[in-house]
Design a protein around this ligand. Structure first.
Ligand SMILES: [Zn+2]
Length: 226
């Protein structure tokens, strides 16, 4: 897609979201079933469904370059649909509903109170296309749920990143080589939050950059995982 068409598509999406928010004031309709809601952006029934949908899968640890990585749900059903709404439809309110899934934190895991929550920094061009930085929205919402600070710890050195979704593992590795850098020295435990973990390539690159900045205590948390 040409740059101009991309910009027009992004603008169209922003206008559509703005008009929908104007016609249907924020939080008025459930983002999953379309019925009226009282608080948040899911009705009580869909919030319950989200909580139960694949709950047995949550918090199963995986190892990524010596770091424990956890996912809250499988990338299917309602969790997947909501991740897509947040990521591709600029529906920022969905972040809080997904972040609520971090509670309860399992007994085997604890985050020291000086832990800082951060996210996978997006290239500037993609942020313009998507209108929101969904990773930042998620990280901020998770930090609120856990009562922790949220801060940008990673810089992005490429301004026009290719999306990872269409690439195979080898191309993903090459696409993300040296694109993350620490924003400054990191002396606190870090919780890196992202929407989906597929091959783990993105998380590995971020872990490397966080370590470069001095981080020694890193945990990765994604909303979904295949
Ligand atoms: Zn609903």
């Amino acid at each position: 897609m040409s740059g101009v068409r991309q910009k027009i598509t992004a603008l169209g999406r922003c206008v559509r979201t703005f008009l929908l928010d104007t016609v249907y004031p924020e939080n008025a309709l459930c983002r999953a079933c379309g019925t009226a809601v009282k608080t948040g952006c899911l009705c009580d029934a869909c919030r319950e469904r989200l909580r139960n949908d694949g709950a047995a899968f949550s918090w199963i640890p995986r190892q990524l370059d010596g770091v424990s990585a956890y996912a809250l749900r499988r990338h299917e059903g309602l969790p997947r649909a909501l991740v897509i709404r947040l990521k591709h439809h600029a529906e920022a309110c969905v972040a809080a509903e997904l972040a609520a899934l971090v509670r309860p934190v399992p007994a085997f895991l604890s985050f020291p109170e000086n832990t800082v929550v951060t996210w996978v920094t997006m290239p500037r061009s993609r942020r313009r296309e998507r209108c929101i930085d969904h990773g930042q929205c998620l990280a901020a919402a998770v930090a609120r749920e856990l009562g922790l600070d949220c801060a940008q710890l990673l810089l992005r050195t490429d301004s026009r990143g290719k999306t990872q979704a269409s690439l195979n593992r080898e191309k993903r590795e090459r696409n993300l080589e040296r694109v993350f850098a620490p924003a400054g020295p990191i002396r606190r435990p870090v919780l890196l939050v992202d929407d989906v973990m597929t091959t783990g390539t993105t998380a590995r690159r971020c872990i490397a950059a966080l370590r470069e900045g001095g981080a020694t205590d890193i945990t990765v948390l994604t909303v979904t995982c295949p």
